[in-house]
Design a protein around this ligand. Structure first.
Ligand code: SF4
Length: 282
């Protein structure tokens, strides 16, 4: 993240501090742990302001998990980053065909061993294990759940989130084996949710929550990209509708109100589909 943007975020929080009750920071990439100095800097600054102005700070990180060592867990916990979303694409063989590291080898062992090391500690963090379903991996995901249950099943710091693999606009999109068809998608989710619950995991899924409201629908939630663009949705990263403004170094935000209206229209219509996903609803 550009240092001017870091300055802009600090000034934005400072400008809002006197009337803020709750500040929630969600770290999202790329890979946030590759910019650990930025995370540390902004969290320390936010915590110091929260103590001065008496508001609550809480934070979560979506990470590929490969750099999430015990030391990082400890430091992040002190910095109030206490929830981590770590995704898997199935058991080791399947995961490693989809999730390779720089030199082409698989990433499963690195990520999984970091989870096992965390399990051995008593650090008060939460791990949301996010399972990406695709049209070839349901058996593999079930076998992964059995492995996870055997290794950490009694540890309630681990929860499961079931999601489907999606095409989000990269150059390899056409190669991604997404599940096609509403019926097929529902039955795949159902199968994995049932398996996960039968093993005793707390299991979350957008399919289970009829009242879900996406953060993109909320007036109080904004994405700040590494170059200062302000967006609403964390999926439509290359969609011009999503760039609704810009953050300046002094912490001022310039928003395009017309563009903002599109994302928060569910607040006025009360249409549950628009609230749940303003991007894909009509
Ligand atoms: S608007 Fe839709 S696609 Fe974007 S983050 Fe929300 S639920 Fe996901």
């Amino acid at each position: 993240m550009n240092l001017n943007v870091v300055r802009g975020i600090k000034n934005l929080i400072k400008n809002r501090s006197s009337d803020l009750e709750f500040l929630y920071l969600d770290w999202f990439g790329g890979e946030p742990l590759l910019a650990f100095d930025v995370v540390r800097d902004l969290m320390k600054y936010s915590i110091s302001l929260s103590e001065k102005y008496n508001f609550t700070v809480s934070s979560e990180m979506t990470t590929n998990g490969s750099l999430l060592t015990e030391n990082k867990h400890k430091e992040l916990n002190k910095l109030k980053v206490t929830r981590f979303q770590v995704s898997f694409d199935g058991d080791s063989l399947m995961h490693d065909t989809l999730r390779v590291i720089k030199h082409g080898s698989g990433s499963f062992d690195i990520i999984y061993n970091n989870l096992l090391n965390f399990h051995e500690t008593s650090i008060d963090n939460k791990i949301i294990v996010r399972l990406h379903l695709n049209r070839n991996n349901l058996e593999s995901v079930e076998s992964f759940l059995e492995r996870l249950h055997k290794d950490v099943g009694n540890d309630n710091r681990f929860n499961i989130l079931v999601e489907q693999l999606q095409r989000l606009g990269g150059k390899n999109d056409s190669k991604i084996p997404v599940i096609n068809g509403e019926k097929e998608i529902r039955s795949s989710y159902q199968r994995i949710i049932e398996k996960s619950k039968s093993l005793g995991f707390i299991t979350l899924s957008p399919l289970n929550d009829k009242n879900y409201v996406c953060y993109a629908s909320m007036f109080s939630s904004y994405v700040i990209r590494s170059r200062g663009e302000i967006e609403k949705c964390t999926v439509a990263l290359y969609d011009d509708r999503n760039t609704i403004g810009f953050l300046s170094t002094d912490g001022k935000v310039q928003l395009d109100k017309k563009k903002l209206e599109y994302w928060v229209r569910g607040q006025f219509s009360r249409n549950p589909e628009q609230l749940a996903c303003p991007l894909y609803s009509r």
